[in-house]
Structures are given as structure tokens and as C-alpha cells.
Design a protein around this ligand. Structure first.
Ligand SMILES: Cc1cc2nc3c(=O)[nH]c(=O)nc-3n(C[C@H](O)[C@H](O)[C@H](O)COP(=O)(O)O)c2cc1C
Length: 223
């Protein structure tokens, strides 16, 4: 391989978790792709792992999975290990990522149910966090988590504004596993007039450029 080809090889891995079931019509998915393009411009090629929760929603944790996840690893039967196979696969994707990008709709003030099911598979006692008398301690290495959330209505103060349970919830969920560098962009009013959608696109572009530049500066500092 030539030096030029080697220098173009992806040196970092990004996990894109996409939670909308609306495929190509999804605002959050399109926003995630926009952020990804900005990151590739700033950081160079990235190896991308796609986790499409809209296309393949995780099952709700069933009794076997719940029992297995509460059983210490050394006491698990082969059947209990098998019940955790999907969970292990999703946690493995998180562990392989240098950077996590989560694009999600806002459903009823918080995360959609497919994303909640994924969370229930990856936030696991003794695996991604430890319960201690002093509280939960994350077991994953810290890394940036970028969240773009698409909402039909408004969050900013004003008529019709709504409460945001999604942003603090996702900070708590990722923080519990040890991922504390969570940045959230809320794209609002996407089911309102076209001007609101244009305004959201402009915010997205500013935010992605700023985040990408910050991550590139951090990466250069470490090189
Ligand atoms: C089940 C459901 C619940 C929703 N709840 C909210 C809500 O609480 N607040 C809001 O602003 N929009 C809500 N919406 C609108 C979506 O957030 C909006 O359509 C957004 O664009 C969805 O993201 P997507 O385009 O990536 O699928 C809801 C939509 C659905 C289908």
C-alpha cells in the first residue's frame, strides 16, 4: 500500500446509532448524516459502524434476558449467555467506537421506544456499570457522544414550548456507563412551517462545524 493510501485509511471508528423508523423521510437521520459528513471533513476518513434501530428495533428485554443480566457472569448457564448475545453485540459496537453519534426523534418528550430498548440492552450491571454503595460507576472508557434529536414542536421558552426529558435522560444513561462527554443538539419545530425547518438546518450546520472543529483540535493535540 502506498504511503498516500495508508494516510487515507480510517484511523478512528464512529458508531452511528439511528433511532428513527422513518427511513429516508427522517429529519434526525438526515441530520446524523450531515454531522457525519462534517466530521469526515474535519477528522479525515472514519470507519463507520451503523446501528439502525429503526430498521431493526431491539426486542424489549424478555424474562430470560432480564434474569441473565442480573446473574453474575461466573454463575451463568450457556442458555443465560445466549440470552445476552444481542446485548453483547451492541455493547461490543460501543466499545469499538472512538466516537458515538446518536440521531433520534423526540417521542412523547423523550426517546422513542426502540432507543429505550437498546438502552436496556447496553446499560447492564456488572458489564457496563457497577452498582456501589456510592452509586453507579461506569465501566466503559470515556469517549465523545454526539446526539442530534429531532422534534416536531418547540423546547425554547415561548408559546407551546414543552419539557425536555430526552437530553438529561441521555446524559444520565451514557454517564452511568462512563461516557460523560455528551453533547446534544435539539432540532425543533420540524412539523411546523418551512421557515422553521430552514432555521433548524442552519443550526445543525453551525453546530456540526463547531463540534467537528473542536474534535479535530483535540485529536491534533493528542497526535
Ligand atoms: C409517537 C410520536 C410521538 C411524538 N412526540 C413528540 C413530542 O413529544 N414532542 C415533539 O416535539 N414532537 C413529537 N413528535 C414529532 C416528532 O418528534 C417529529 O416528527 C420528528 O421529526 C421525528 O423525528 P424523525 O423525523 O427523525 O423521525 C412525535 C411523533 C411521534 C410519531
Amino acid at each position: 500500500m502506498s504511503a498516500r493510501a495508508a494516510s487515507r485509511e480510517a484511523s478512528r471508528t464512529l458508531l452511528h446509532v439511528a433511532a428513527s423508523s422513518r427511513g429516508g423521510a427522517s429529519h434526525s437521520r438526515a441530520a446524523g448524516h450531515h454531522v457525519l459528513a462534517r466530521l469526515q471533513q474535519a477528522l479525515g476518513p472514519l470507519r463507520v459502524l451503523d446501528c439502525d434501530l429503526g430498521a431493526m428495533p431491539p426486542p424489549h428485554p424478555d424474562a430470560r434476558m432480564v434474569e441473565a443480566s442480573l446473574t453474575p457472569a461466573q454463575a451463568r448457564s450457556p442458555a443465560a449467555e445466549a440470552a445476552l448475545a444481542a446485548s453483547e453485540q451492541w455493547i461490543g459496537q460501543l466499545e469499538a467506537a472512538d466516537l458515538v453519534l446518536l440521531s433520534t426523534p423526540v417521542h412523547n418528550f423523550t426517546v422513542p421506544s426502540a432507543l429505550k430498548a437498546w438502552i436496556d440492552h447496553v446499560v447492564r450491571p456488572g458489564r457496563t456499570f457497577l452498582s456501589t454503595p456510592a452509586g453507579k460507576v461506569g465501566l466503559l472508557a470515556d469517549r465523545p457522544v454526539l446526539v442530534v434529536a429531532a422534534a416536531g414542536g418547540a423546547f425554547e421558552a415561548g408559546p407551546g414550548s414543552q419539557v425536555d426529558f430526552l437530553s438529561p435522560y441521555l446524559r444520565a444513561v451514557f454517564g452511568c456507563m462512563g461516557l460523560t462527554q455528551v453533547e446534544v443538539l435539539r432540532l425543533e419545530n420540524l412539523r411546523r412551517e418551512p421557515a422553521a425547518i430552514e432555521a433548524a438546518r442552519a443550526r445543525l450546520d453551525d453546530w456540526s462545524a463547531a463540534v467537528a472543529a473542536r474534535l479535530a483540535a483535540g485529536a491534533a493535540g493528542r497526535d
